[in-house]
Design a protein around this ligand. Structure first.
Ligand code: KDG
Ligand code: MG
Length: 405
């Protein structure tokens, strides 16, 4: 079965998504997600100009060889653009293999290790009370794990908080130029402990709590935060610090026993290797789209298992439902799966374009038994929502210094 054609689509049903469709000479097609938020067209060009011509005529079943061809066979390896392109092709080939076998992808990966996929949902509030009100609403819907993000008194806008935006999709999409936000570590510290104190008072001790620092603290500040929050027993603290220098996590780990998670911006096993093998983290959060697809995710999970590190794949709205489906298939099989981030199935337009039968119940997601990934892409619906240039925000300290967003 040979690859006959590869198409690359970009649509903006509220936010941009890059979707790859691989078609075989037997007429079977597979789908992959290649979205890199704010840099979508770079992946499109990489795919169309440099990847697609090399794929025509190749064996669509030779997933590992195609992966190696696109990774090892490329002198300029790694990075988000290259790895998103590889990921999309890899997902599409797994989708094809499942469709040809008549089996959902999780069966090809070894079958189910658990009943369903436990999710953590987001509570984003304008203040501490509002955040906990939202968390309570999620608990009443059945969620057992919740990420808490609250606006910071004295700062106009904060990561994770909606402000005047109507939903999370609106918040991160449709920006013709990068908006600027302000960050103050001191103001953040003035707020953060109160958020978790109130959360434990109102939600009790059974609900798992997560918080995303979004890499805004230095390692020693993260260590201080970890110590401050230890008594609230978080499931994990996410992206406590930037980890281009992975040894910075040695500093955090020396000071606190708070569980740590990182990896949503990582693109390969090599990016997380030091953190995993030195047991400096507890959850690895690489996404299938940004880390090289199903093939790469499986390798990362197996490596992490040796060191008791669990997986907690990134589930932000800028990963398309195709990536979410790939995560679900991996989550249900992976023995060291921890938890899946979940922000809902998107607005009406997104649900029109990407169709699937995933079921939610009691804070868990259940896959349908459709063959392959189980997602279909409605090309004609997608053409109603053309690409719009859009950026993530940038962040500055109060004196104007550019900071990590
Ligand atoms: O594109 C950036 C988002 O994916 C990111 O800001 C979301 O940190 C995020 C998360 O944990 O969902
Ligand atoms: Mg994050």
């Amino acid at each position: 079965m040979k690859i006959k054609n590869v198409e690359v689509f970009v649509c903006c049903p509220g936010r941009n998504f890059v979707t790859v469709k691989v078609v075989t000479d037997d007429g079977v097609h597979g789908l992959g997600d290649a979205t890199v938020n704010g840099r979508e067209m770079a992946v499109v060009a990489y795919l169309k100009e440099h990847v697609v011509p090399c794929l025509i005529g190749r064996d669509a079943h030779a997933i590992e060889d195609v992966w190696q061809y696109l990774y090892r066979g490329t002198y300029w390896r790694r990075g988000p653009i290259t790895m998103a392109a590889i990921a999309a092709i890899d997902m599409a080939l797994w989708d094809i293999k499942g469709k040809v076998a008549g089996l959902p992808l999780y069966q090809l990966l070894g079958g189910k290790s658990r009943r369903g996929v436990t999710l953590y949902a987001h509570a984003n509030g304008e203040n501490v009370d509002d955040t906990i009100d939202k968390a309570e609403a999620l608990v009443s819907q059945g969620f057992k794990a919740i990420r808490l993000q609250s606006a910071i008194p004295g700062l106009p806008v904060t990561y994770g908080v909606l402000g005047d935006k109507k939903d999370y999709y609106d918040m991160q999409g449709n920006r013709p130029l990068p908006p600027e936000e302000t960050w103050s570590t001191q103001k953040y510290f003035n707020m953060i402990e109160g958020l978790f104190k109130e959360a434990r008072e109102r939600l009790g001790r059974d609900i798992h709590l997560v918080h995303d620092v979004h890499s805004r603290l230095t390692p020693i500040e993260s260590a201080r935060l970890g110590k401050l929050l230890e008594k609230y027993e978080l499931l994990f603290l996410e992206d406590a610090s930037m980890a281009e220098n992975q040894q910075s996590y040695d500093v955090i780990r020396q000071h606190t026993s708070i569980p740590l998670a990182i990896g949503e911006t990582y693109n390969s096993l090599w990016d997380c290797k030091y953190l995993i093998e030195n047991q400096l983290i507890d959850y690895i959060r690489v996404a299938a789209t940004h880390g090289g697809g199903v093939t790469a995710m499986k390798r990362i999970a197996d490596f992490a298992a040796i060191y008791n590190v669990k997986t907690a794949p990134h589930g932000a709205p800028d990963l398309s439902p195709i990536c979410f489906a790939a995560h679900m298939h991996l989550d249900i099989c992976t023995p060291n799966f921890g938890i899946q981030e979940f922000v809902g199935f998107g607005n009406e337009q997104i649900r029109r374009v990407f169709q699937h039968d995933t079921r939610l119940e009691d804070g868990m997601a259940y896959l349908s038994d459709a063959p392959g990934l189980g997602v279909e892409y409605d090309e004609s619906a997608a053409s109603d929502y053309p690409y719009k240039r859009s950026y993530l925000p940038v962040s500055r300290l109060e004196d104007g210094t550019l900071w990590n967003w």
